[in-house]
Design a protein around this ligand. Structure first.
Ligand code: ZN
Length: 457
């Protein structure tokens, strides 16, 4: 073989079933060979991955890069640099920026922004909201990776569609053979409870927990599953947080419905007890719940009910986050630079295997959203996206060093063991031991026409 652009030698390739000691050769952004070191071609650059683990690029299917509209919180440059620093090679950006991505004009605005600024690859969600049924098909033609439907109110005041329109929109998405991600929380129940707690003068962080009992999630997940079944629409349940939510998803999967689900490190690592310690910085929707809910999410990961781990990176300014009354504080926190090290620490603790973690962060997301095998695996012909991991690297979470504009975290000072040391996107080294290359150009990823984008189970 003639000279290639990049080789990665001496590492262990992590696949969804095993560890394979092998080298990789990359040319023009794609994997061209997987072979023993001796059989690799010459290359312009060689990475020695001795003692390291080579993952297919980690895909984060749930981020809010806030651009355009809220660039004081984050933008496509700072957000994708943060992702690269955190070992993530591809993000799917949520549509609740401003203007929200509810039609093709807004999508095109966002594509222009992302093309100019992104340093890693990205997919863009279209919005399903009140009054945009007629835009659903055009958004697909313009290249959305899938859709997001906020069943509870969120930033940007993109309210839930009426039940009637939601059903029609699901049918439209089914006809396009795409997938809908739902933020499944019952809006009237939580608004009512927030109101009641406000009137009682409750301003503490725990009041947020009380405003969103498990049934808020259970009811909405149930309704989304019912509408998806009725319309044959492929469904993705974002950020599962409760036992009840998990049970409803598990049942639907047993009934062979094409449904996938996601959770985040904060639901796996924090619970009700932490509100007293961490306070308002851990306000997030859905709320972090009890120890029992947390345990059920771990079970759901290991029995396949939960298919993916994402960050739900949702940067806010510290000022927006620390108002005197909890219900005046914004929800969400940055997660792109903490997600992978926090989860690798759980790998070290034996809570999840390396192979399972690859499924959760690469293979399953790529299959569910229709971009496999372009992404989501290490195979000849696939995009040369890699996250190279050092499982021995120790440290603690230091938000002051984040590349995200939000330099704070509920995980401040959490100790980690295991971290990404290289982030490689289509053969470009975007991060090398913490140093990022802001000149790399990210690319928009669209669903493949012939991908196996059915439900994973
Ligand atoms: Zn979100």
């Amino acid at each position: 073989m003639t000279q290639v652009d990049l080789t990665i030698k001496n590492g262990s390739i992590v696949t969804p079933t095993s560890l394979v000691p092998a080298g990789i050769a990359v040319k023009a952004g794609r994997i061209v060979a997987i072979a023993s070191n001796a059989n690799l071609p010459d290359s312009s650059r060689a990475i020695d991955a001795a003692g390291l683990f080579v993952f297919p690029g980690i895909i984060d299917v749930h981020v809010h890069l806030r651009d355009p509209g809220y660039t004081y919180k984050e933008d496509f440059k700072s957000g994708t640099l943060a992702a690269a620093a955190g070992g993530i090679t591809c993000v799917f950006d949520m549509p609740n920026n401003h203007p929200p991505v509810r039609d093709v004009t807004a999508l095109k605005d966002k594509i222009d922004v992302a093309e100019a600024k992104a340093v890693i690859d990205y997919g863009l969600y279209g919005l399903l909201t009140d009054g945009n049924l007629r835009d659903v098909k055009a958004l697909a033609r313009a290249g959305v990776i899938g859709y997001k439907c906020f069943m509870g109110e969120t930033l940007g005041k993109v309210g839930p569609p009426s039940d009637g329109e939601m059903l029609d929109e699901f049918a439209e998405v089914a006809a396009l053979d795409l997938r809908v991600s739902v933020h499944a929380e019952n809006d009237p129940i939580l608004q009512y409870r927030v109101d009641k707690l406000r009137k009682q003068g409750r301003g503490d962080a725990y009041a947020h927990f009380e405003s969103r009992p498990q049934i808020v999630e259970e009811e909405a997940v149930n309704r989304a599953i019912l509408y998806a079944r009725e319309t044959n629409c492929k469904l993705h349940v974002a950020h599962l947080s409760s036992v009840q939510g998990v049970d409803v998803v598990r049942k639907a999967k047993q009934g062979r419905q094409p449904i996938t689900a996601e959770t985040e490190p904060h639901y796996l690592l924090l619970d009700g007890k932490d509100y007293a310690k961490i306070g308002r910085l851990m306000k997030v929707n859905p709320s972090v719940k009890t120890e029992i809910d947390r345990a059920s999410l771990w079970n759901a990961i290991n029995d396949g009910t939960i298919d993916m781990i994402a960050s739900d990176h949702a940067p806010q300014t510290l000022e927006e986050k620390t108002k005197p009354m909890i219900f005046d504080c914004m929800s969400g926190f940055p997660g792109l630079e903490t997600s992978v090290p926090l989860m690798l620490t759980q790998v070290r603790r034996g809570l999840v295997s390396l192979s399972k973690y690859v499924q959760l962060t690469s293979e399953n997301p790529a299959i569910a959203w229709g971009i496999y095998p372009q992404k989501g695996c290490i195979a000849v012909g696939s995009d040369a996206d890699f996250t190279i991991i050092d499982l021995k690297m120790r440290g603690k979470i230091e938000p002051a060093k984040f590349l995200s504009k939000a330099k704070w975290s509920p995980f401040e000072n959490f100790e980690f063991e295991g971290a990404p040391v290289y982030t490689i996107v289509r053969g470009n080294v975007v991060m090398d031991h913490g140093f990022v290359d802001s000149e790399v150009k990210g690319k928009m990823i669209r669903p493949l026409a012939d991908s196996q984008n059915t439900g994973t189970s």
